[in-house]
Structure formats: C-alpha cells, structure tokens
Write a protein that binds this ligand. Structure first.
Ligand code: GLA
Length: 731
C-alpha cells in the first residue's frame, strides 16, 4: 500500500510539478552545481584548475547523467592562453584574462593579480553560496545564487578582505552570464532620455563589447535590462531568449561581450567608472543582485516570466496582493500654484470620477512658488495651507479617497533655508563650481548626518499627517560627486553609499509607517530598476504623457517590468509636444498600466466627466487582469500603425484586448489579430467597450480556437482611434 502510494507520488511528481519546482544540488562525480529554477536549469562546475566554470543555462534538464565535468578551454596560441577560451563563471582580473572580468583589486603593495579558486560551498534551500579565494592571499569572494520557480536566478557577490593589509576594489560585478559560444546573437536593450525612456533598441552582437550604463548617480534613463537572442532569432512569441536586469539604483554597467573565440558573456554590477572602494582588513563589499532568466518562448515569454517573478518576489510584500488604485495627480493642472481651496476643489471633482487616491504634487512646502526656491524646506507653506495639510487631507478623505504627497528629499535649492544652514551638505568638490540643474543641487546622501536629517523630516511628515502615499522624486543627476569630509581614498564610496542610504531611509520609513505606499520618480522614468521596485509600489514611467509617444515607452517598459508598476496618466492636450489626441484614446493608452489622471478638471466639460467616469469604472472591473495578468503584445507600435495588447488573467477567466490605431490610410481596415493565451476548447463572451467598434458579422461568443486561429476583428476609424474588448470565459 505504502509502496504503491510512493510509486504514484513519484510518477506524478515526474510528470507534472517539475516545472514549478526549484532545487539546488551538487553532483560530486562531475563536481557540478545544478540549479533548477522552475522551467530553467543552470549548471556550473569546478574544472581541473579548481575554478568555477559555466556549463549550461537553458531549458530544464531532467537527467543528471547528461552533465559532464567542466574542462577548461585549450591554449590557442601564446597570445591566447586557456582563460580566453574558457567560459569562466566568475572571473577575476588575473592569470592572463583579457576580457571583462567580475573583480579587479589593487593591494597595498601595488599587486593587482587575483585568481579565484574554489574553497567550499553551502546549499541553504533555494540559495547556494560558493566561497572562492585568491590562490595566494586571503581575499575571499563569495558567489551567491538564488533560484525562483518563475525561471529566474538571482546572483550577487560578496568580496571580503581577510588579509592584514588594505586593498582597493576597482571593479565589483554581480555576475557573469555565459551564453552558448557562437556568433549571430542579437542584443536588445532599453535606451532612453528624459521624456523618451525605455526605447527598445535591437542590434547584432559583433566581436567586441557593447556597454550600457549609468554614470549619473541613479538608475538613469537607460535602463539596466538586457535580452539576448540566439543565431536562430527569437520573435515576440517564439525562440530562445536570455534576459536579465540589475537591482541597483546607482551607477551600474552591463557589458555584452563576444570574444574573438566566440565566448559570449554578459557582465553587470557596479559601474567601474570612477569606482574605487577601499577595504580595510575584515571589511567587505556586497554587489547588487543581478536577476536573469531563459525562455524559448520569445521576447513576450521573457517579459511574462519577469512580470510573474516581480509580482511574486520583488514588489513590496505588504501591498503585493492589492490592485493599484486609480490616482489623480495635481501637477499638470496646477504646477506650483497649490493651495487648500484649489486642491480641495480638484479633489472633489476627481472623486466624482471614481478616483481612489488624490496626490498633491510639487509646490506645497517652504518658498516653493517656482523651481528656483524651497527644495529642502519640507514644512508646509502657511500661506497656501493656513490649516497645515489637515484641512486638505480631511477634505480628500471626506470624499472617500486616500491622500498622497510629492517630495523630492535628495535635493536642495541654493535658495532655501536648508542650503543656507548647511551648504556643505550638497555634493561638491572643494573650491570648484557646483553645477546646478533645474536650479538645484544634490544632497550628499552618503553622509550620515544628511541621511538622518532626511529620515527625520519624512518621518515627522508622515507621523503628523494622514498620508498614505508619497511620490518620491529626483529631478536631476549627480555632478561634482565630492565628499570632502572623508579621506580622499574613501571619497568614491559615495556612489555606493548614497544609494544604500536612500534604500535605508525608504526601508525605515516603510517599517515605521507600514500603511504608506511609494511611487519612485526621477523626472519621469529615471529611477526604474529591480532594486527600487522591491521598495516601492509603482514608478513614474515618463514625464512624457503624450498618448502616442507613450505607446513605445510602454512597450519598452513592459519588456522588463510589470504593467502593475507602470504609472500612466491621462493628461490635457495639446500635450507638451503640441499633439492633440482624443480623450478616449488617451484613456485607452493609460489604462494599459496603473491608471492615473493628471488633467486640469476645472477645464473639463460635462461630457469629459461622463466619458472619464465610464472609463474609470470599466478599468476597475478589469484592472486585476491588466495589472497582474499575462501580457501578450500582439502588434508593435514600432512595426506599423497599430498597437494591440492582450492581457489574460491568472485564472484564465478574463482577457482584455486593447486595439490602438495610430493613423489610418484612407479606407484601410484595422487588421484581424490572432489572440493568444486562451483555452482552445473554451468559449468566450465578447464584451466590447464600444459596441460600434466590433465588426458586426462576428459572433459575440467565440471559441478560444477561433479567436487564436481566425482572430478578432475591430473597426477603427481615423487617426488616434482605439478600443478595448473584454473576453469572459463561459465554461
Ligand atoms: C518631475 C516629475 C513631475 C512633477 C515635477 C514637479 O518633473 O516627473 O511629475 O512631479 O517633477 O516638480
């Protein structure tokens, strides 16, 4: 009886749950570590030099006997010794390595060679720690792995100086990701600038090195994400893709290198530019996590894996299971001209639309009547708010909405009380000019006193007011990153310590005020990465709210990040770029992420209120599917006049299709589009947002097979037109 049950369990477990499981094991025969992450297996081992060498990264393997011991590559010539032909798993700069390595150090005596040898390892559940050490000195590097059932691995490293001399680290990377050697790869990455973030660039990988990076002190508008597809070329829905993203909101770098010997490797971590991190004996440096995955289901499959992973493991635990609220933000309506009466009126109008969270943006504090003064003085402006914030907050809460507030804690205007009291708190090099941007300077958040001051100010603000959301902005990048108060050799630690302290403030605030949610903003999408996303509910995607421009920004954003975190507002037209699109169109674009409204509601006509109320209510019915479902990008705005996206709920009961037409050649119908992610055998009821846009000859109950093989037809007329259709599963 028992044996039969055990046998059955064995059969069942070998048939089904394999994909969902994670596990790490060491195979003593081939001296290999096998890491199973749901549908993905990753293998590396110890070669005959007792160094870590990559073996495999791809689809789940089921047979350990397939795994052979790692064997170093051969010496090719006196010019290219074995390290140049060996896929090192975590190489340090030494022993004749001419390619990009993960660690580079200088010892007190000037010695700079470091060669890492395996020492020991420890498997703790889903985490593997492999201890390596230089062949001579006690410079230790712990290489750490964690596996997730969504097919994702996280890696980081910990470099410890156990010698009795100081050392200086010049490069500290989180991971090297080796791909199967070969030619013909392509790399995809997210290029960007202010108002033009997350733009997809796809190009061939050639011998040499491609670098994407930030030197700006925060994540920057180029995003720390990559995807590589192989010589067989992936599409949106098929083909092999290796992809990853760094969890770090400071200077980062990712290199994609193809060596002359066809080694293809992605290395990422702290940007070695202007990097120098001294370690005294027994001190250490930990690198940020580098998350990566593999799929054979194309770029769409890669992003769905990352979305699932983020929803389950990255976004803050306390709000992970709640949908994001529909918010109103006052910035574009009132800019700096905020006061209790004006904001209260906007709040009442916003509440009438069904908005759930009212956010007052810039202008409420100090002498902040324009962008030339006030940053740093985080007390309520008594002229604008004679009752403090209480009057407004009570009014907002009286409508049933929650209240949120904008802050920009890391910044200071020279025209501010804070700067007058503490000019030394701004980053600077002694005796050198301080470059201003938007009339502001960056506080040196690496300093302990600055960190404690900012924590204190925000803690007080949250303790004294019923604030349930803060929009944390950062409207310029770091220049003159000086820290004259510490020894010259330690000054470059600023790049790392700054970010650690920002993280610490957020972590402490969240612990002390558990009801507060946060949006990360940096003049739009300048601080979007998996480090900040583990601390905030959402990010401001871009200051560019033009619906047409947003299509490409949002397509890029969703390559790497879940639509749940993607804030998208409907705003007034003409937009800053002069373009006017219809209000319904703007809603259809903004509803594809977490919906916000940023219009000046005082200028709206009754029909605008009617339309917006309908759209908000419709959005609330389907937002779980949009925010937490599976996203299929059906037609790309990079490829033609249309942008179609489909979201399928986790349980498969609901699907939402957005169809957007950017412009229309006279008389040309919108394409029939094949849906995805449905059950062939199920029947779905079509519930269009607008009946007139569903092509009449089409049934309104259709099978999954028909929808995926024949497709869905909508009628779109004219430029900037669009619609949405909900599918409800009937059986
Ligand atoms: C940045 C943000 C805007 C707004 C302004 C306020 O530009 O991206 O949304 O908050 O600052 O000054």
């Amino acid at each position: 009886m028992f044996r039969a049950a055990a046998l059955l369990a064995l059969v069942v477990s070998s048939l089904y749950p394999l994909q969902a499981q994670t596990g790490i094991r060491y195979l003593p025969g081939p001296k290999a570590f096998v890491l199973d992450a749901g549908p993905v297996t990753y293998v590396f081992g110890l070669n005959q030099r007792n160094e870590l060498q990559h073996i495999y990264w791809g689809k789940r393997l089921w047979r350990d006997a397939d795994i052979a011991a790692a064997r170093t590559g051969q010496n090719w010539a006196s010019f290219d010794l074995s390290p140049t032909t060996t896929p090192d798993e975590f190489p340090a700069w030494g022993g004749g390595r001419f390619y990009e390595t993960c660690v580079k150090v200088t010892r007190a005596d000037g010695g700079r060679d470091i060669v890492l040898k395996y020492q020991s390892h420890e498997i703790k559940g889903d985490t593997l720690e492999v201890l390596t050490k230089d062949l001579n000195d006690d410079i230790r590097v712990k290489v750490v792995y964690r596996v997730f059932s969504e097919g994702i691995l996280a890696r980081h490293s910990l470099i410890t100086n156990e010698t009795n001399q100081p050392i200086t680290i010049e490069s500290a990377q989180s991971a090297a990701w080796n791909l199967p050697p070969g030619e013909g790869y392509r790399v995809t990455y997210l290029q960007g600038r202010w108002a033009g973030e997350t733009q997809i660039v796809r190009e061939d990988v050639h011998p040499g090195m491609k670098v994407i990076e930030s030197r700006r002190g925060n994540t920057g508008q180029v995003n720390p994400w990559f995807a590589l597809d192989g010589p067989d070329r992936a599409t949106e829905e098929s083909g092999r893709v290796w992809f990853g993203a760094l969890g770090w909101s400071g200077n980062w770098r990712i290199t994609v290198e193809q060596t002359p010997h066809q080694q293809v490797r992605v290395v990422g971590g702290y940007n070695p530019f202007d990097f120098s991190y001294p370690l005294k004996p027994h001190e250490n440096l930990e690198t940020p996590p580098f998350y990566a995955g593999y799929t054979d289901t194309g770029f769409g499959g890669a992003s769905r894996m990352f979305h699932n992973f983020e929803l389950a493991n990255i976004l803050p635990r306390s709000t992970r299971n709640k949908p994001r609220p529909v918010l109103y933000n006052s910035w574009e309506a009132t800019t700096f001209n905020v006061n209790e009466q004006g904001q209260t009126e906007l709040a009442k109008k916003a509440a009438s639309l069904g908005v759930e969270l009212f956010v007052m943006d810039d202008g409420w504090f100090g002498a902040r009547n324009h962008d030339r003064a006030g940053l740093g003085d985080w007390y309520v402006n008594p002229k604008k708010f004679p009752n403090g914030l209480k009057g407004l907050i009570d009014a907002v809460k009286g409508t049933g909405m929650r209240f949120g507030l904008w802050v920009e804690p890391e910044m200071v205007n020279p025209d501010s009380d804070l700067y007058r009291a503490h000019p030394d708190w701004a980053m600077h090099f002694e005796g050198r000019p301080r470059t201003e941007a938007r009339n502001q300077l960056v506080l040196n958040m690496a300093r302990n006193d600055v960190k404690e001051h900012i924590f204190g100010v925000l803690d007080k603000l949250l303790a004294e007011n019923d604030i349930s959301f803060i929009k944390w902005d950062m409207n310029r990048h770091a220049s003159e990153p000086g820290w004259p108060e510490v020894a010259p050799a330690d000054q470059r630690k600023l790049w790392v310590q700054y970010v650690r302290n920002v993280y610490e403030i957020i972590d402490r605030l969240r612990a002390k005020h558990p009801g507060v949610e946060i949006e990360s903003c940096s003049g739009g999408g300048g601080r979007i990465d998996l480090g900040i996303l583990s601390r905030v509910e959402q990010v401001w995607t871009s200051d560019n709210t033009d619906a047409l421009d947003r299509l490409k920004i949002q397509e890029g954003f969703t390559q790497a990040y879940t639509p749940k975190a993607m804030m998208a507002w409907v705003t007034d037209v003409p937009n800053f770029n002069g373009r006017s699109t219809p209000l319904e169109f703007r809603f259809l674009v903004a509803m594809q992420g977490s919906l916000g409204i940023g219009n000046n509601l005082n200028h709206w006509k009754p029909e605008d209120f009617t339309l917006a109320t309908k759209m908000v209510s419709w959005y609330k019915d389907v937002r779980r599917t949009i925010q937490e479902g599976k996203l299929y990008r059906l037609l790309s705005p990079r490829e033609g006049e249309w942008d179609y996206n489909q979201y399928v709920s986790e349980d498969g009961k609901q699907s939402v299709v957005f169809a957007i037409q950017r412009s229309q050649q006279y008389g040309r119908p919108a394409p029939t589009v094949l849906l995805r992610g449905l059950d062939e055998k199920a029947t779905y009821r079509l519930k269009p947002l607008d009946n007139r846009k569903l092509v009449e000859a089409q049934q309104t109950e259709l099978s999954g097979a028909y929808l995926m093989d024949h497709g869905l037809n909508v009628r779109l007329t004219g430029d900037y037109s669009g619609t949405a259709v909900v599918l409800e599963r009937l059986n």
